[in-house]
Design a protein around this ligand. Structure first.
Ligand code: FES
Length: 145
């Protein structure tokens, strides 16, 4: 399943999931940057868990669920990233959104745990609104007032 739809794709054994998503299926949300697992720009959800698509062979996901940023329906989260400047140059934002979606879904208590804590921009693949507006921004992500 890819973003909720059953898909059949023929791949070579050496093709990564990132290559197949971007170059065969045209899903350009996952970005190709480091291709060695460092940056997180290629993050997708594999059976609900975040993985770096550049490190997974496409043949490994046969029969599993893959979700890209295109399949994440949480418009509040996407909108908050845009409106609150939750990106740097923007190229990696789709990976950040995908990872943040899974963190908030699996660990909703993190919204309270992280209140007042700044997560630096240097944290690979991890982003939360920071600075003076951080708590307000985090609450806004999930509709808390
Ligand atoms: S492209 Fe950087 S972690 Fe995959």
């Amino acid at each position: 399943m890819l973003n909720g739809e059953l898909r059949t794709v023929y791949t070579k054994p050496s093709e990564t999931l990132l290559f197949v998503l971007r170059d065969r299926l045209g899903l350009t949300g996952p970005k190709r940057v480091c291709e060695n697992g460092d940056c997180g720009a290629c993050t997708v959800l594999l059976s609900g868990k975040p993985v770096k698509a550049c490190l997974i062979l496409a043949v490994e996901v046969q029969g599993l669920s893959v979700q890209t940023v295109e399949g994440i329906e949480d418009q509040n989260l996407k909108k908050a990233f845009v409106e609150e400047g939750g990106f740097q140059c923007g190229f990696c934002t789709s990976g950040f959104i995908t990872l943040t979606h899974s963190i908030f879904r699996d660990f909703p208590e993190i919204l309270e745990t992280c209140a007042g804590v700044q997560v630096t921009r240097g944290s690979p693949g991890l982003w939360l609104p920071t600075g003076k507006r951080g708590k307000r921004d985090r609450n806004k992500l999930y509709g808390h007032s």
